[in-house]
Design a protein. Structure first.
Length: 302
């Protein structure tokens, strides 16, 4: 009888329990890597998805490296145990340059496989993975002078993964914008920004051309009063259920073409509301490397 088809799901650091709650029953747990039967599912709490992982028996370090090289060139180790042996195998594989990305450069496109040692002679390897970044960890050349906080890295990451970004002249609504990290990103891309928060923007951001600041609650802004926008961004600090109500209101009004919204969990993860976001037509729910106890919901116009 053929072995059941498995898919690997690598949990983000600190969020294995969230992944397991989302997946349900798993066939094998190896560190933060959970293997579940069946084809890939739309799972949010996964930094990287390993498609059709295979077991490779290799009695020696040289044989292990040779077996991986025979499949493809680019591999990244996910280390769990047997670190010295795994490191010696990795040294015999072609070097993968994982330099930080200079936004707005495109994400890497070269195939990038993942592997790990299950025991001294058994490799688990997947040549095809969901993330273009090693173990799903997107890293950027950081700007330490322009943005007022590090939240801009979340927006850089989601726009890079989406392969889409606001262009010059497009109108963006930035909800929960203070102190202005996302507004800064959008302005740098040439977009027009309506920046909304009850707290003030950093003065350096508020003074940038193309940014209009409105000091008010994001929930008090009516879609009909503002008119249509090309992009709705939300990094509002609120319970996910309240954010869902805001998004549903904007969807019903047809007030925005594209959405990027952060679900911020306070205390226990609100799995029920996360499932409702995941079920919204045309959208997807992901955990970014730069998310904390958060998920990001994306819905882009076709």
């Amino acid at each position: 009888m053929a072995e059941p088809r498995l898919t690997g799901y690598l949990a983000p650091e600190g969020h294995l329990d969230d992944l397991l709650a989302e997946l349900g029953e798993v066939a094998l747990l190896h560190g933060r890597l959970a293997l579940a039967e069946g084809p890939p599912r739309p799972v949010a709490w996964a930094a990287n998805v390993w498609h059709a992982p295979q077991r490779i028996e290799a009695a020696s370090i040289g044989a292990a490296a040779k077996a991986l090289r025979a499949i493809q060139r680019n591999w990244v180790l996910y280390p769990v145990r047997l670190h010295r042996r795994a490191g010696l195998i990795a040294e015999r594989l072609p070097h993968v340059a994982a330099r930080p990305l200079a936004f707005p450069a495109a994400a890497p496109t070269a195939p990038l496989g993942s592997w790990t040692l299950l025991d001294e002679t058994t490799i688990l390897a997947a040549a095809d993975c969901s993330s273009p970044f090693p173990n799903g960890e997107a890293r950027f050349v950081e700007d330490r002078s322009g943005p007022p906080n590090r939240a801009y890295l979340k927006l850089w990451e989601v726009l890079t993964l989406a392969g889409r970004r606001p262009g010059p002249g497009e109108l963006c609504l930035d909800l929960g914008s203070s102190p202005g990290g996302w507004s800064w990103v959008l302005q740098q891309l040439g977009a027009r920004v309506i920046s909304v928060d009850k707290a003030p923007l950093d003065p350096a951001i508020a003074s940038l051309p193309g940014i209009e600041f409105r000091r008010m609650s994001a929930f008090a802004l009516e879609p009909a009063a503002l008119g249509p926008v090309d992009w709705l961004f939300s990094d509002v600090v609120c319970y996910p259920a309240r954010l869902l109500g805001l998004v549903e209101r904007w969807l019903a009004a047809g007030g925005a073409r594209n959405f990027v919204c952060t679900l911020k969990f306070q205390g226990k993860t609100d799995m029920a509301t996360a499932r409702r976001f995941a079920a919204l037509s045309g959208g997807r729910l992901v955990h970014l490397h730069h998310n904390k106890h958060e998920l990001t919901w994306i819905r882009l116009a076709p």
